[in-house]
Design a protein around this ligand. Structure first.
Ligand code: 1PR
Length: 535
């Protein structure tokens, strides 16, 4: 077995990277001191998070000059995400902090006037000169998650091979390569088989690989994501199962038992094999206190991360916790464990509502104390999803409430023509006096990178997504929005993407009950001309 050194400077999910490298039969050694860079024969520098944070760690650890020396040594180097950005001179994300300066130019923020930022999901990396560098395939999509990018216009790239992607009207760098250096803005370890092939080509030193596809047969651009969701909890026998609620009630009407729809690891592996763009695990009873060391989701994640190479989000119980023996754990500790176990993103439900309440009580300013702010500062906003569990409140006239109302095409039981969406906590058990529009815009200010928008009235109904709700939230924020709750047939996905412009659609029951498969949904959308990852 040959050895790959990994330089881990940034916080984030390195577990999946290690799993991917080991799956390709390479051994991983962590770089533990600058001296290790002198002996490393092949180096990988992954980065998730903040440019300034990564450069500070390199600086403090004394890595900057040894890393520059490594880059000039001719030995193979691969950077991923911030590992690519660090090669440049500077970044708009951290003014005044110098990059390695190995490549000329500056990293800057995507323009969010016309599109969601972060750029999150599956997009292309198309080689400029038509040659396939390190196995890059112009007809496959790769997983990106970032707000800052190198514009393809940033440099004249003498001697460099570059591969680009398009997001809105911007063309950005997806990958660069020259001599011993290779770097990708996307995450190969999260890009399914297509990503594993890239890693394999780097490990084997295959700079140019035979071109399998020479004609571009799919449009460049960010795809609409299809996310499979697993609501996980213990059943009455104490086994951890995937369950599914009907308007959040997970007990069968006939037997009164918790519905058992399968085993979490098995289902996650199946959905990965069937083409899910992401997997989301929600620990739905985590509002009950659970010792940190006994988080069953951690074990599930660690196992799943060995075989599933698409992004995984985990939610439920992300907050400061106290173990039964009185030991306190900050939300950051909890999150750190999830990332180390293989999650890319964490989703925060109840704690986001409490954070917004505190923000309003203290007169609408941020004080850095919320879990969202802390996680986003340490790991980047792309790592923080806020999951919202709203329910419809009908009113006859918008003037009778202070909340943000929508004129609805589906009037209430007494003919009320307006609706507002009330936020809840503890899995819908408790209502709070905050509406979804308020919550979404305020959590965006706190640094949330994405919104997972459930709808209690629609959950498990198979009657289609709440388009009015999805459209309203999508128009209120710049960050990506995932529509959730109500999918019952492929047409529902098409409707929510086209009519609300959400970035992703999440579904559970339709897949668990075998009504149709993930690929059936994707093929349906693809045949109607939508941008979908098919391979
Ligand atoms: O409050 O931070 O501990 O997070 C708890 C998390 O658990 C929240 O994300 C909350 O949405 C979720 N949750 C809590 N109770 C339930 C429940 O069902 N009893 N699940 C629950 C919410 C919604 C989606 C579902 C979609 C799609 N379920 O997860 O998968 O509605 O369903 P469908 O396609 O079958 O219609 P915290």
């Amino acid at each position: 077995m040959t050895t790959l050194h990994i330089l881990d400077c940034a916080a984030g999910n390195t577990r999946s990277l290690v799993n991917a490298v080991e799956k390709l039969n390479w051994k991983v050694k962590w770089v533990q001191s600058p001296a290790d860079l002198q002996v490393a024969e092949r180096l990988l520098f992954p980065g998730v998070g903040h440019f300034g944070h990564v450069m500070n760690i390199l600086e403090k650890g004394g890595y900057v000059n040894p890393l520059k020396a490594y880059l000039c040594s001719g030995r193979p180097f691969m950077g991923i995400c911030v590992g690519l950005q660090a090669l440049f001179e500077e970044s708009e994300e951290a003014p005044g902090i110098k990059g390695l300066g190995f490549c000329r130019g500056r990293v800057s923020r995507f323009d969010h006037s016309e599109k969601s930022v972060p750029h999150m999901g599956w997009n292309s990396a198309i080689s400029r000169n038509g040659k396939s560098i390190y196995g890059l395939d112009l007809n496959r999509k790769y997983y990106y998650t970032h707000s800052y990018r190198v514009s393809s216009k940033e440099s004249d790239w003498p001697g460099w091979e570059i591969a680009t992607g398009n997001y809105g009207s911007e063309e950005f760098i997806g990958a660069i390569a020259k001599d011993n250096i290779f770097a990708t803005q996307f995450h190969p370890e999260k890009s399914g088989d297509a990503g594993l092939e890239i890693l394999n080509a780097f490990l084997n030193g295959s700079f140019y690989t035979p071109q399998t596809n020479i004609q571009l047969s799919i449009p460049s651009g960010l795809t609409n994501r299809i996310i499979a969701c697993l609501d996980v909890r213990s059943n009455d026998e104490g086994d951890l199962v995937v369950t599914k609620g009907d308007q959040y009630d997970v007990r069968s009407k006939e037997s009164g038992n918790v519905r058992n729809l399968g085993e979490p690891i098995e289902l996650a592996e199946r959905y990965y094999a069937c083409g899910a763009d992401e997997i989301c695990f929600l620990n739905i009873t985590s509002f009950r206190n659970c010792p940190l060391t006994d988080q069953p989701m951690l074990k599930v994640l660690r196992e799943v991360a060995k075989t599933v190479f698409v992004p995984m989000t985990v939610g439920g119980g992300i907050r400061d916790t106290v173990d039964p023996d009185g030991t306190k754990h900050s939300a950051l500790e909890v999150v750190d464990l999830y990332f180390k176990s293989g999650a890319e993103k964490v989703s925060i439900g109840s704690d986001a509502v409490y954070a917004v309440e505190r923000y309003l009580e203290r007169g609408c300013f941020l004080d850095g104390s919320s879990t969202i702010e802390q996680i986003s500062k340490a790991y980047g906003s792309q790592a923080v999803v806020v999951s919202i569990d709203p329910k419809r409140i009908y009113v006859s006239n918008p003037s009778i409430t202070t909340h943000h109302t929508i004129k609805t095409a589906f009037p209430g039981p007494n003919g009320e023509e307006y609706v507002w969406y009330e936020c809840t906590v503890s899995g819908g058990r408790e209502s709070r006096d905050i509406d979804v529009n308020q919550l979404s815009t305020i959590v965006e200010k706190h640094g949330a990178g994405e919104i997972l928008l459930n709808c209690m009235d629609k959950d498990g109904s198979n009657s289609g997504y709440d388009i009015e709700l999805a459209r309203d939230v999508k128009n209120a924020v710049k960050i990506p929005v995932i529509a959730s709750s109500g999918a019952g047939k492929p047409e529902h996905f098409e409707e929510v993407f086209k009519e609300s412009r959400v970035d992703a659609a999440l579904a559970a029951g339709i897949f668990h009950h075998g009504v149709c498969g993930i690929m059936d949904v994707k093929k349906f959308l693809y045949d109607r001309g939508m941008l979908i990852r098919m391979a």
